[in-house]
Design a protein around this ligand. Structure first.
Ligand code: GAL
Length: 492
């Protein structure tokens, strides 16, 4: 497009479009995760090398975006995006090569220290995730998240990291998405790729939550008094709609399984598992000849440790599912997770929800507002920090108007949740800063505000249209800022 014409369209449109602004203190950021960007020895290394067929393009995260070497360049991209914060994860095996604190890697410790200092020097707040799926392989060899001792091991690791960076990092995310770690990792699809017929996933759920709680309490008693930071975990929460009204009650049980299993023990007043789910799994387990419920109970002490172990509620959201009763013997849909079989449900999507590059992901912005309102109804006025949201595409087009539309439309729903439903949303994180190793989809599915050329040893980064939209959004907090301009420019 002729540049002058673009400037004129922009000037006209920016005056014409009504503002839709987030409140003054609201923060915008963007996010990445260590294995998708840099690497250490982890269950993902073992998985992609021992089961290459599990990854759609048979790629690995060995080099990925090479942020390990290119982090200075990435800080510049963040500065250009005008973001308030950058969410990244620390690779446990990069800091503790054995998984245990007997040996701290000087190189790993220096790397994250330099990154944190580099961000702070540019006025970008580091938001640090302790665990984004790359468990040290030696710990997996001891049972991983199915071993109850792992909550101690995780707290030991957390202590090392808090000691190293607690003076500079004020927002911590203990664990990213227990649902993926447990429900998909222990029922087959992602690393470590175990098949456990529901047993491993529920054990894992309990131990992941306890690991979070121990790391939270450790910070609360030993670090918070000095550093005054905030700690929580982040859950990937889908929204669920009944396919027909007849399935409304069943859908409530699906929410208990998928949303509340990971929230109720921490954020509810009573603590413990969601009662309806606890009953259901106990009955099912008994009916299927198990000596005890597959969902392990909490002791009184554990319940107490977990309840209230948060300073905010971290939430990752992408998509919505419809729910209906499964026919006898029917395969249940998106995940192999045994919990859905146990409930006798099949998950789907409405035909009008646009598909994306990820097989599990259909676009339905209204689901975001419904989810946020549900969270408020269930857990009250807790500050909600959105720690991931974004769109996957094939990544070929720098002119990614559908991604701009996605951000605008999903953020509109966040604004409605704030304004109409009174949800206390405090920040929003775009996933992701760069295209990266998208787990089972390898490099075929792209989420980046920036394109990455994975065929080049330089891993060249190039801003997409969505990066320019997001930079205007983060600067003005107005979802319409430059929106019409980009839309018209994309059409020309
Ligand atoms: C999340 C995950 C991210 C990213 C994103 C898109 O579940 O935390 O690492 O891959 O999904 O699939």
């Amino acid at each position: 497009m002729d540049c002058m014409k673009a400037v004129i369209i922009g000037a006209v449109l920016s005056v014409a479009a009504a503002e839709r602004r987030f409140p003054a203190g609201f923060k915008f950021g963007t996010a990445t995760a260590s294995y998708q960007y840099d690497k250490g020895e982890s269950i993902w290394d073992r998985f992609v090398h021992s089961r290459p067929e599990a990854i759609s393009d048979r790629s690995t995260g060995d080099v990925a975006c090479d942020s390990y070497n290119l982090w200075r360049e990435d800080i510049q991209l963040l500065e250009d995006l005008n973001v308030d914060f950058y969410r990244f994860s620390i690779a446990w095996p990069r800091v503790l090569p054995t998984g245990f604190p007997n040996r701290v890697s000087e190189d790993g410790a220096r790397y994250y220290g330099d990154l944190i200092d580099g961000l702070l020097a540019r006025g970008i707040e580091p938001v640090v995730t302790l665990y984004h799926w790359d468990l040290p392989q030696p710990l997996q060899d001891l049972g991983g998240w199915a071993n109850p001792l792992i909550s101690e091991w995780f707290a030991d690791y957390a202590r090392v990291v808090y000691d190293l960076y607690g003076d500079r990092v004020k927002t911590w995310v203990t664990i990213n998405e227990p649902t993926v770690i447990c429900d998909i990792g222990y029922d087959g699809l992602v690393a470590p790729g175990l098949e456990s017929e529901g047993r491993g996933s529920y054990l894992c759920t309990k131990h992941v939550l306890l690991a979070h709680a121990k790391a939270y309490r450790l910070y609360e008693t030993e670090f918070k008094p000095k550093h005054q930071g905030q700690v929580s975990l982040t859950n990937q929460l889908m929204w669920f709609e009944p396919e027909t009204e007849a399935e409304a009650e069943l859908t409530e049980l699906v929410k208990a399984l998928s949303i509340d299993r990971y929230c109720h023990p921490i954020f509810s007043g009573a603590g413990g598992w969601p009662p309806a789910l606890e009953r259901h799994v106990a009955e099912k387990s008994a009916a299927e000849g198990e000596p005890r419920s597959r969902l392990p109970p909490f002791t009184g002490e554990e319940l107490h440790l977990l309840r209230g172990s948060y300073d905010y509620l971290g939430l990752n959201h992408y998509t919505t599912r419809t729910v209906r009763r499964a026919a006898a013997g029917e395969a249940v849909g998106t995940y192999l997770f045994d919990g859905f079989r146990e409930l006798g449900v099949a998950l789907g999507a409405r035909p009008e929800w646009p598909a994306t590059m990820s097989h599990w992901f259909m676009v339905h912005p209204e689901g975001f507002r419904a989810l946020l309102s549900y969270v408020k109804r269930q857990y009250g006025d807790v500050p909600v920090f959105i720690l991931e949201n974004g769109l996957s595409d094939a990544g070929t087009d720098l002119d990614d108007q559908p991604r701009v539309d996605y951000y605008r439309n999903y953020l509109e729903q966040v604004l409605l949740a704030i304004e109409q439903d009174g949800v206390n949303v405090v920040g929003y994180t775009a996933w992701s800063l760069l295209d990266n190793f998208e787990w089972m989809d390898g490099y075929q599915s792209r989420f980046g505000l920036h394109h990455v050329d994975f065929s080049s040893p330089l891993r060249t980064r190039t801003a997409r249209r969505s990066a320019r939209y997001y930079a205007a959004l983060a600067r003005t907090k107005d979802i319409h800022a430059e929106y019409e301009f980009h839309k018209m420019a994309a059409e020309l």
